[in-house]
Design a protein around this ligand. Structure first.
Ligand code: SF4
Length: 324
């Protein structure tokens, strides 16, 4: 029988910043998995630790100021936490590729698009003909006149075109996992939809898995199969997307859903989440969401809720999720 081993399995990951005697515990015991070919979303507000989690997967958190305090990152059965730098270089960009929020920051303004895509190809596929592969990648990501575009500089492209070029670079190595960290946040709404469609189409064609990091639950509902909700360095709820979004068990998930703008009649209605994400160097005692939770009780201020099973493929970390 075929092995059901996940493509990626993260167990108890802890990533800190700053001094050991008062660390900022940005990622504090996070566990999740991504299966081959699926799209998994990691959602939460800014400052919840989701981008640090994403960077950690290929051990890209700069050390210092960051440091890994524990856990496992098993990718196709190998614990990346135990790999030496040479082994990690074989994983970064080749097996696990990234697309970030700001393509303008990620592209080098001094080199043409073609030179940058070809560099990525030569790094990972040195025996292949870089120029024709680069042009075909630019075509695959929907850029017009790829031969001419090879000679263009980043500033000559719109934001949406730059992000497509970044996706072409990420695909140069045919990754098994594409980590897309807020890939559309810097783009306007119509371009956002085009980029998400592109990622979905490429996934279907290439069979890669996608880990989507986002605060946008609309995008999650549209393209992900499973979702992990992160708050204050921990996973507070997870499960199949439709199930979690239709029946949220954790008050934070519910609050995120309430913060999605809805059109009622002629007016857009949105309710924000009171307060802000706490400082990772000073997480609140007990449940970390208690200062903002409308359902907090005395127990919440005293004890950190354990992660409990809440149905098939679902988990939640809230003392009172059954009362929801
Ligand atoms: Fe709210 Fe308490 Fe549940 Fe935390 S444990 S989410 S404070 S009800």
């Amino acid at each position: 029988m075929a092995s059901m081993e996940p493509l990626l399995e993260v167990r108890g990951l802890r990533v800190c910043f700053g001094p050991a005697d008062r660390p900022a515990r940005a990622v504090d015991g996070v566990s999740f998995r991504v299966d081959a070919g699926e799209t998994v979303a990691l959602v939460g507000e800014s400052g919840c630790g989701k981008s640090v989690t994403a960077l950690s997967l290929a051990r890209l958190v700069p050390e210092p100021p960051g440091w890994y305090a524990g856990g496992e990152i098993r990718f196709v059965g190998t614990d990346l936490m135990r790999l030496r730098p040479a082994g990690l270089r074989g994983v970064r960009g080749r097996e696990i590729a990234y697309v970030f929020q700001e393509p303008a920051d990620a592209l080098n303004p001094l080199f043409t698009i073609g030179a940058q895509v070809m560099e990525a190809i030569r790094l990972h596929r040195p025996d292949e003909e870089a120029q024709s592969i680069a042009a075909s990648l630019l075509e695959k990501v929907g850029l017009p006149a790829p031969e001419a575009l090879m000679r263009a500089y980043p500033h000559q492209l719109s934001g949406g075109m730059q992000q497509r070029a970044m996706i072409a670079m990420a695909l140069a190595c045919r990754p098994r996992l594409l980590v897309a960290d807020e890939p559309t946040t810097a783009l306007d709404v119509t371009i956002q939809a085009e980029i998400m469609d592109l990622l979905q189409n490429l996934q279907a064609e290439l069979g890669m898995a996608i880990l989507l990091i986002t605060h946008n639950l609309g995008i999650v509902a549209r393209i992900a199969q499973r979702v992990y909700v992160m708050y204050a360095g921990r996973i507070v709820e997870s499960g199949p997307v439709r199930n979690v979004l239709d029946h949220p068990a954790h008050p934070y998930t519910r609050a995120l859903l309430d913060a999605v703008p809805r059109l009622t009649g002629s007016r857009a209605r949105v309710s924000g989440i009171a307060g802000s994400v706490p400082d990772p160097a000073d997480w609140p005692a007990g449940c970390r969401f208690h200062p903002r939770c409308p359902r907090a009780q005395a127990l919440c201020r005293e004890r950190l809720p354990a992660v409990e099973e809440a149905g098939p493929g679902r988990s939640v970390a809230c003392h009172f999720w059954r009362d929801a």
